[in-house]
Design a protein around this ligand. Structure first.
Ligand code: GLN
Length: 489
């Protein structure tokens, strides 16, 4: 087994060279002039946003031909929050079509995949000059904007790993908050029960600032956590801090970090090695505990059934009625098909079509019990397995105030990805293959659990490319999670 070089923090160097193909629309910031600024916390900060966030005065295309001329009718709540803190929005970034993908290569015809800016960095220049690698996906443009020095931070969305994977491949911090912590109002849905607004930055403190600004209740998003639930989560977190005495002094004494054996057991799963980082955390005082989350192995198939089923329903709105189909490139139907069929055939790319078909099938009467229902049951099983490992109890559900195990862990940890950034080859802009789906193996469990998860750069792989580790905490424990992440990084 090859190992990562145990050089911590080296993956944090920031490139100053912009990466090609990052932007869908650069430099649009019209809304900034009409939003009331209430504080100056983000004054002078350039923030890029993924092209599935509404920003009035710009198009929101989701990197789909279906929406290529769609003007945002309003601004997403999360983006509004940034603007009220005086942020400057630098543009909309490239993404996999409707968030479906892991390499930002599921794009409209003729759009090249986003390049990972890592090897444009002076630190590794000369080593890997010609190799073009993926920035990850689906928020690859957002990660490339930050790593390439074109933005201080970026917003992405994370349904099954789309912020954490690009963070890992580009050597950035990527935060997927608890589901419901940041409003999804104004963010185009992929799979509502999994979609989260995520944050990409170079430093944990920057992610924390953005999270604090965007995390609040929102009456426009019924799935956004209420003030009461947030209050309860703060109480649970406050309790948990009693046992983590080291945090006050920048140490990890008292912090219990679980390593799920299921993520380490598979032979040949990955050439990357988490051991140097585990040793580093131990040297800071953390207690490392092997744990078992048996259902984690079933997370990937369950995720794809649920995500596709929800997507097939969400994407039914695009068909030339309210949304999509007004494009200048779309010709009149030839008479053999109706306008909706014609528009969808033309507007969606192959990966999106594949997932709509798979999702529709999972929801049909004949397949429902064996696919969608099974996947729901698997998610439920995973949620209880996850709940059982944490020291703190789940604050969301009042009826389910089970006693948390006192010997439980505060966070669990594993590699973010099974590999370093994949090489972009000539086959990479066709519909995804099994290799693409397998990349989500380690990121989807936290998504199904609705749990907060942060990916940190922990060093370089044997090939000289960044490696990320993920820390996942109990629902609503972002503050503790980011404390641990900051000390560990
Ligand atoms: N790669 C996963 C998918 O294609 C996750 C995408 C995401 O988080 N938006 O569904």
């Amino acid at each position: 087994m090859k190992s990562t070089r145990p050089i911590l923090n080296v993956a944090r160097a920031s490139s100053t060279k912009p990466s090609p193909f990052t932007w869908v629309h650069p430099g649009e910031g019209i809304e900034a002039r009409v939003t009331e600024v209430t504080d100056q916390r983000l004054k002078g900060k350039r923030i890029a946003i993924k092209d599935n966030f509404m920003l009035r005065g710009t198009r929101t295309t989701c990197s789909s031909r279906m929406l290529q001329e769609f003007e945002s009718p309003y601004t997403a709540t999360s983006v509004k929050s940034l603007l009220s803190s005086a942020a400057s929005i630098t543009g909309k970034t490239q993404m996999d079509e409707f968030g479906m993908g892991s390499m930002t290569n599921n794009l409209p015809p003729g759009s090249p995949p986003v390049h990972n800016p890592w090897n444009l960095d002076a630190a590794v220049e000369g080593k890997d000059e010609v190799q073009v690698r993926s920035a990850g996906g689906s928020s690859g443009g957002s990660a490339a904007a930050v790593k390439g020095g074109q933005a201080w931070a970026a917003l992405g969305t994370d349904t099954g790993g789309s912020v954490r994977l690009p963070a890992s491949y580009c050597g950035l911090v990527g935060l997927k908050p608890s589901h419901g912590m940041i409003s999804r109002h104004g963010v185009v849905s992929y799979a509502d029960t999994l979609d989260c607004v995520g944050i990409l930055t170079s430093e944990v403190d920057d992610a924390r600032l953005l999270f604090d600004i965007m995390s609040h209740p929102d009456s426009m998003d019924p799935s956004c956590a209420s003030a009461e639930v947030r209050h309860r989560a703060e109480g649970v977190e406050h309790e948990a801090r009693h046992s983590m005495k080291g945090l006050r002094d920048g140490r990890l004494d008292g912090v219990r970090i679980g390593i799920p054996i299921e993520t380490c057991l598979e032979k040949d799963l990955t050439p990357l090695d988490l051991a140097p980082f585990i040793r580093h955390l131990r040297s800071l005082g953390a207690t490392i505990v092997p744990i078992s989350i048996p259902s984690i192995r079933l997370a990937l198939p369950a995720y794809y059934v649920l995500a596709c089923a929800e997507a097939s329903s969400n994407l039914a709105r695009f068909g030339g009625g309210w949304y999509g189909g007004q494009q200048s490139g779309l010709k009149e139907p030839d008479g053999s098909v109706d306008r909706r069929q014609w528009t969808r055939r033309w507007g969606f790319g192959p990966e999106v079509k594949k997932r709509i078909l798979a999702g529709t099938y999972a929801l049909t009467a004949g397949a429902f019990n064996n696919s969608y229902l099974k996947a729901l049951q698997l998610r439920q099983r995973l949620r209880s397995d996850l709940d059982a490992i944490f020291r703190s109890s789940q604050p969301q559900d009042l009826d389910d105030v089970t006693e948390a195990p006192s010997r439980g862990v505060d966070v669990y940890m594993h590699l973010t990805a099974i590999q370093t950034a994949p090489i972009l080859d000539s086959t990479s802009s066709t519909s995804q293959d099994a290799r693409g789906y397998a990349q989500d193996l380690l990121t989807v469990p936290a998504s199904l659990g609705g749990l907060p998860c942060i990916s940190l750069p922990i060093g370089l792989g044997a090939d000289g490319w960044p490696v990320g580790a993920s820390l996942t905490g109990q629902w609503g424990s972002e503050s503790v999670l980011m404390d641990i992440a900051k000390i560990g990084m």
